[in-house]
Design a protein around this ligand. Structure first.
Ligand SMILES: C[S@@+](CC[C@H](N)C(=O)[O-])C[C@H]1O[C@@H](n2cnc3c(N)ncnc32)[C@H](O)[C@@H]1O
Ligand code: SF4
Ligand code: SF4
Length: 337
């Protein structure tokens, strides 16, 4: 029996309205130098491919599904087409992040035909299509641009996602116009992952660095109070489903170092493995278990005992903004334009 108080602690009802970020694979054909988990080989230990038949129960439990690709690009999953077809018939509201590379136009035609307006596509093209490979190593940006245009002309909901680097910082307006001409959305991402590849750092770092400096000062205050994004409905920090077959409270917990702390909490108990969660009710029961409720209770009532990652990523800041990704390093600050 848990000794914690669970009054006012959100359970499954709240968690299901948040949505889930699923990582069903661990492969990508590109080699972007700042790709988070790919920088550390250890992160891949124990990961694998979760097949559609195993994951289907997740799509039946959550209406909102994101495939942001914590450790992979979702399009290389062997059951990708089957999954898109299911999303459409199952009325899921979906966001898919992809580099768009390495698949034929015929393949994309089939995918876009199966897509509908509830499925939102985010293509990572960082710069003019001819330049994107400078960060997205092995990507054929010009071919991906053709696919994005084809998708848009077929009625798919396409967003151009653009990480700002020194080689593309003066092309933002041109690319924004290109997106508009072809009826696409445009998102500008200001990454903070510069320490590992300073050669790509933009000259105009004002937006990113100003915020980073402010945050360093704010974090020096030693009063720990959390503003957990996983418990805030206005912020898109979904429940995470990992390619190890387990649910976690959010994607920040999905790394080898963080796993150790989260392991002790009980999220990796065998009974919580996807192969033992056969129905939406099993998943709901897991979210209403003491393990999950104790975790959320710690965040809200005894934040000084919360995992290091939560204290770092979700510490309450005096002027906390609603921006996604408030970590000190390694997280993109996104402006939806
Ligand atoms: C690891 S990727 C996986 C999904 C997909 N392969 C892609 O690249 O869009 C997850 C997210 O991180 C973004 N990303 C990649 N490199 C980044 C960087 N240096 N800074 C911030 N975000 C980055 C991607 O664009 C994507 O939205
Ligand atoms: S395309 Fe995405 S998953 Fe692949 S290496 Fe680049 S950021 Fe990582
Ligand atoms: S880092 Fe911790 S507190 Fe923040 S969203 Fe993730 S699980 Fe919740």
């Amino acid at each position: 029996m848990s000794s914690k108080q669970h009054t006012n602690i959100p359970g499954s009802k709240f968690l299901l309205t948040k949505g889930v970020n699923v990582e069903l694979s661990n492969t990508c054909r590109l080699k972007c130098p700042g790709c988070g988990p790919r920088l550390f080989k250890e992160n891949f230990k124990g990961t694998g491919i979760i097949r559609f038949n195993q994951a289907k129960v997740i799509f039946d439990t959550f209406q909102s599904v994101t495939m942001c690709g914590n450790m992979s690009d979702p399009i290389y999953h062997p059951d990708f087409l089957e999954t898109i077809v299911y999303f459409r018939t199952n009325d899921n509201v979906v966001r898919i992040h992809t580099n768009g590379s390495g698949k034929t136009r015929e393949w994309w035609k089939e995918i876009f035909s199966a897509s509908n307006n509830n499925i939102k596509w985010f293509f990572g093209v960082d710069g003019l299509p001819k330049d994107s490979h400078k960060y997205r190593i092995n990507q054929n940006g010009e071919e991906v641009w053709e696919i994005m245009k084809m998708g848009s002309s077929m009625g798919a909901n396409i967003t151009w996602q653009y990480i700002v680097f020194n080689y593309n910082e003066n092309d933002i307006e041109t690319c924004k116009d290109m997106a508009k001409t072809h009826n696409m959305n445009f998102i500008e991402v200001h990454s903070t992952r510069w320490d590992l590849h300073p050669d790509l750092k933009p000259n105009d770092l004002n937006k990113t660095m100003k915020r980073r400096k402010e945050m360093s000062k704010e974090l020096q205050s030693n009063r720990i109070e959390l503003d957990p994004e996983c418990l805030n409905l206005d912020i898109a920090k979904d429940i995470m489903f990992t390619n190890k077959g387990y649910f976690l409270p959010c994607c920040e917990c999905d790394g080898i170092l963080n796993h150790m702390e989260f392991n002790n909490i009980g999220f990796f108990n065998k009974e919580f493995h996807i192969d033992n969660l056969k129905t939406p009710n099993n998943i709901i029961k897991m979210f209403d278990s003491n393990i999950w409720k104790d975790f959320h209770s710690t965040l809200l009532l005894t934040p000084e005992l919360a995992p290091t990652e939560c204290q770092r990523f979700c510490r309450k800041l005096p002027d906390s903004t609603k921006q996604h990704g408030r970590g000190l390093d390694g997280f993109a600050h996104q402006n939806v334009l």
